[in-house]
Design a protein. Sequence first.
Length: 166
Amino acid sequence: MDDPTVRSATPDDVADIRRVARESWHAAHDDVIGTDAVESAIDEWYDVDSLAESVARDDGRFLVACADDDVAGFAQAVLGDEGEPAWLARIYVAPDRWGDGVGTALLDRIEGWLRGEGVDRLRLAVMAGNDVGNAFYEKRGYAVVEEREQDLFAATFDEYVRETEL
């Protein structure tokens, strides 16, 4: 596999972002919240119009990572209010690319952009049962700062809020 190339997402990437979202959500979350809840989340949060709006937001960055001429992952971060941490709204990598450096390349780029914006903390939420995601964030130094119970499309699960200093 070629090293991933990270660039800003465009409206032309929406179909590939949806594909990666569907594959990665099912791989990471089916065992945690069930297939039906995963499908509902994808239908609501990754519909074409919502993704196009997210790509166009001016209060953050939406990136894609391409490898072997294909979108292999994506990430979106948004700036926080004054004195508040920025949020990693989403970062997903196609399951067949897990461990290939795609997530690392995306998160490196997000963190670098945030430091350039003067942001000193990045926060994210991850399902407690998402073993792949939690292992990735722990390796990157994201500490659990809050544990909470969440409901998502009739599924209840535990969630960690993680944070790191940039």
